[in-house]
Design a protein around this ligand. Structure first.
Ligand SMILES: Cc1cc2nc3c(=O)[nH]c(=O)nc-3n(C[C@H](O)[C@H](O)[C@H](O)COP(=O)(O)OP(=O)(O)OC[C@H]3O[C@@H](n4cnc5c(N)ncnc54)[C@H](O)[C@@H]3O)c2cc1C
Length: 343
């Protein structure tokens, strides 16, 4: 029996779990996730008959391995309809990006991806379990959660949280070694962009030729506006739902401000960008601050090798160096393969 511990249940962890579980029949995999849900920043909420992805907006068909994996889990998979148009710092909208890429989500939202992947394994996932410390115990690893409970020993430990949260865990490791020092300093070097998201619901339909608008010159307070009704199964007929993401500077400045004021300001921007005054007055709203939304760089090459020799792996979009869901999944598959090879 090989005991594997995984901290975090993001998309990268789900892909790694799926790969290792399939390749190592005697693996016992324990996943500890701090939140109540699966799939991390690829996050979905429901409200009455509405489903909305309020973190990652969709999964891009950018990578053959990821496409193969997703195709094997196509129950409920849907394509987002419509193109992405651009807007500039003045709010002027124009036809934008390449229309050829497929954009995927699930009828029940992006979290379905992790539910599919974990559901196909024998892994045990413990939600609402925040890991606060990791320790080296002989040749194995243990972790301690916020309630003081100790988990393990694990032959292999995988860390999936965003870089700053992984760094905080590495700091706790009573494992004095060059491998830890190297990995910790490289992990601390990964910077993030923040995103403050408002979700706006309306009791009427919008007729627009695009799915979303992206700010291309980074000069507008809003970085992205998407129409959730372009995702089959997400919004009932006769309604609209906008997901509005503020840019990094606005998000940092307003991170702790009154959420109602933030939502009102972003609704005003949406009304102006989509040129419809009704949009400044949504009938319901939701919001989420993402402090560690998008990694700006990747883990320095070579920084993880020595830690992996000791059975400690880091994984996620920040390890790959691409702030995208498909990159996180690909990194999970690659990491899972290295774990299998090492075992
Ligand atoms: C606002 C926003 C918009 C985005 N838009 C897109 C998009 O349109 N397209 C796209 O491809 N990508 C997008 N992304 C990026 C995409 O969401 C990420 O690249 C991807 O989800 C990262 O997956 P991951 O597995 O690397 O990490 P995460 O999803 O961050 O998973 C890490 C997990 O670890 C858990 N965790 C953290 N600390 C602990 C702890 N101490 N103990 C236990 N568990 C812990 C977290 O709760 C989380 O579940 C967006 C992200 C955000 C925030």
């Amino acid at each position: 029996m090989t005991d594997i511990g995984i901290v975090g249940a993001g998309a990268a962890a789900a892909a790694a779990t799926y790969l290792v579980d399939g390749a190592v029949p005697d693996a016992s995999i324990t996943v500890l996730e701090k939140s109540g849900g699966l799939c991390g920043r690829a996050a979905t909420r429901r409200r009455d008959d509405v489903t909305y992805d309020y973190g990652a907006n969709y999964l891009k068909d950018d990578d053959d391995r990821v496409v193969d994996l997703v195709s094997a889990f196509d129950d409920g998979l849907v394509e987002v309809a419509g193109d992405i148009y651009a807007f500039d710092r003045t709010g002027s909208v124009s036809e934008g990006r390449d229309a050829d890429e497929r954009k995927w989500t699930y009828r029940t939202g992006l979290t379905r991806l992790a539910k599919h992947l974990f559901g196909a394994t024998d892994a045990t996932v413990h939600r609402r379990t925040r890991v606060e410390g990791i320790a080296r115990a002989g040749d194995a690893w243990t972790v301690t959660d916020a309630a003081g409970e100790r988990w393990g020993p694990f032959d292999v430990l995988l860390l999936n949280p965003p870089a700053p949260q992984t760094a905080a865990l590495l700091e706790t490791a009573d494992w004095e070694s060059e491998a830890r020092a190297d990995l910790l300093s490289a992990t601390r070097d990964v910077d993030y962009r923040s995103v403050w998201t408002a979700v706006l619901g309306y009791p009427f339909e919008l007729d627009r030729p695009y799915y979303a608008l992206v700010n291309t010159d980074k000069g507008h307070p809003v970085g992205w506006v998407a129409r959730e009704e372009c995702k089959p199964g997400h919004v009932p007929d006769g309604e609209s739902v906008l997901v509005v993401q503020a840019n990094h500077e606005w998000s940092v400045e307003r991170y702790d401000a009154d959420p109602a004021e933030n939502v009102a300001e972003l609704a005003g921007h949406a009304a102006s960008l989509l040129d419809d005054g009704r949009l400044s007055d949504p009938t319901w709203t939701d919001h989420q601050g993402w402090r560690y939304a998008l990694p700006e760089s990747g883990l320095r090459r070579g920084a993880r090798t020595a830690a992996e020799d000791a059975g400690l792996y880091v994984l996620g979009d920040w390890v790959e160096g691409e702030a995208r869901l498909h990159a996180a999944v690909r990194n999970g598959l690659d990491t899972g393969e290295r774990v299998v090879y090492a075992l």
